[in-house]
Design a binder for this molecule. Structure first.
Ligand SMILES: [Ca+2]
Ligand SMILES: [Ca+2]
Length: 221
């Protein structure tokens, strides 16, 4: 009986001793880098780091690239026309090319109501010229519409025409081709490409009271 009690006490002591053993520290041999914190043996990584020990840094974390720039290895890769660490600086284009255009509004008849030709509508081509006067000597579309009645007139033959960004005004002219006499100037508008460059739009809508054109453009740097 005495032995039995002793044995019981011993067993009890062992049992309690087992409970009092310290909990295993799973973080004992774990190193977390870049400010990571070990929790139950696993590294809890701060934003911008990853990997089991937080040693992988995302170099693009918190890097903001403006104007659709893309961060690559911590550096902004800027789209055409933009520069600077964050692509926030717009370059100055050296020229603007008109790739094609559509005339969406024009006078179908002359002021006073007479048709452009004796018995039918104008035969339309377009020009671009430097300055504020339309001429046929600098750029002339390579296509002429016959007997227009007001429909949209898309032009692409003979384009592009490149306009230097030197602060010049340019004039878009609409002309009626005539086989037997000189071509009739119908209508025109002048514009300065420089005033449209913000954001480098790919389309310019130019509007005056009796002429509207849509230019498909490309900015050159
Ligand atoms: Ca005609
Ligand atoms: Ca004509």
């Amino acid at each position: 009986m005495k032995h039995l009690i002793l044995f019981a006490l011993l067993a009890l002591g062992l049992a309690f001793g087992g409970c009092q053993k310290e909990e295993k520290d799973y973080c004992e041999n774990v190193t977390c880098y870049n400010g990571g914190v070990c929790d139950d043996g696993l590294c809890d990584c701060p934003p911008g780091t990853s990997g089991f020990d937080c040693s992988v840094k995302d170099l693009c974390y918190n890097v903001v690239c403006l104007n659709n720039g893309i961060c690559i290895n911590g550096t902004c890769d800027c789209p055409t026309g933009y520069t600077g660490a964050n692509c926030g600086t717009a370059k100055t284009p050296i020229s603007m090319s008109v790739l094609s255009m559509t005339v969406t509004k024009y006078p179908v008849v002359q002021t006073g109501g007479a048709s452009w030709d004796l018995n039918d509508g104008a035969d339309v081509f377009v020009t671009f010229s430097t300055g504020t006067t339309a001429t046929t000597t600098e750029f002339k579309s390579g296509f002429t519409y016959t007997d227009v009645t007001g429909q949209d007139l898309p032009f692409s033959t003979g384009f592009p025409v490149t306009l230097n960004n030197n602060g010049n005004n340019y004039t878009v002219g609409l002309w009626d081709y005539d086989a037997t006499s000189s071509d009739d100037y119908m209508v025109g508008l002048n514009f300065n490409p420089n005033t449209y460059r913000s954001g480098f739009p790919s389309t310019l809508n130019l509007v005056v009271s009796d002429l509207e054109v849509v230019l498909d453009v490309q900015w050159n740097f």
